[in-house]
Design a protein around this ligand. Sequence first.
Ligand code: PMP
Length: 330
Amino acid sequence: MQVFDHVVDLVGDTPLVRLTPGIERTSAQVLGKLEYLNPGGSVKDRVALTMVAAAEESGLLRPGGTIIEPTSGNTGVGLALVAARRGYHCVFTMPDKISEEKRAVLRAYGAEVVVCPTAVPPDDPRSYYETARRLVRETPGGWSPDQYSNPHNPAAHVASTGPEIWRATDGRVTHFVAGIGTGGTISGVGRYLKDVSDGAVQIIGADPEGSVYSGGSGRPYLVEGVGEDIWPTTYDKTVVDRVEAVSDRDSFLMTRELARRCGLLVGGSCGLAVVAALRVARELGPDGVVVVLLPDSGRGYLSKIFNDEWMYEYGFLEPPAEGPTVGDAL
Ligand code: PMP
């Protein structure tokens, strides 16, 4: 019988799927790595696994312990999955601007969600960062992975994501493109691919316009999960050859195209990364093999990116001209 003991055993080994010529005809190949096929629905399952395993090994996390992290999304789901297997309790703090749907997902996995005010500075004791810190101090057996400073975040990608890409392309990958949030993905995959190719593989970051990684000041943008206003220690800029800044509009329009033309219902940071990947691919000949990492599913963004009204409201799409349309009752 081919049976897995636990859903956590299904993390990783995600496939590469051709995005060209479906999304655009380029002479280089562009291949998407589908991280939404991880059991928790995102690339963060990998990171949750390695961070928890390392904390168990070093004794920071013991049986019956509590995992506490300020997170509103993918990292929380990954941690909740791993916690379910090992019997840990999870507490996630998040700002009150996060949708009820995202809180519901984490509660469904059995986690406790503490909602904190958004409109306070990060060092205010009521902020979701400070609340998490206080809970770690006050909770016996409490441990925080702190994905922005934990070296096991990039290490997860040195151990699994990087080798998977090298193996699946038979060592023919020439360029790797990923969005930068904590920087764990690009730093870990980048380090592995640089090492294994003697520096030949080019590493390209995709960053929302306004974020610090592409020279911005941290001004706001709407793409979720990527971009920062601070430089986390998990980001190793020495392995990154180039960073492409991409607008919210271009990111979201590409995200919608990926669903319609390639059947890939993915999140906004995927559209962002594909815009950057196509810029790179257009410069290359037929030997170019560009791998772009697609971090999560579009299911979490149905009320935003895939909602026409929301797209009109922000000016990302033009509302249709007045007059009856096919769907209207006449
Ligand atoms: N996209 C999404 C949707 C994410 O949740 C994350 C993780 N913050 C990223 C991209 C970026 O990944 P990383 O933190 O490894 O840079």
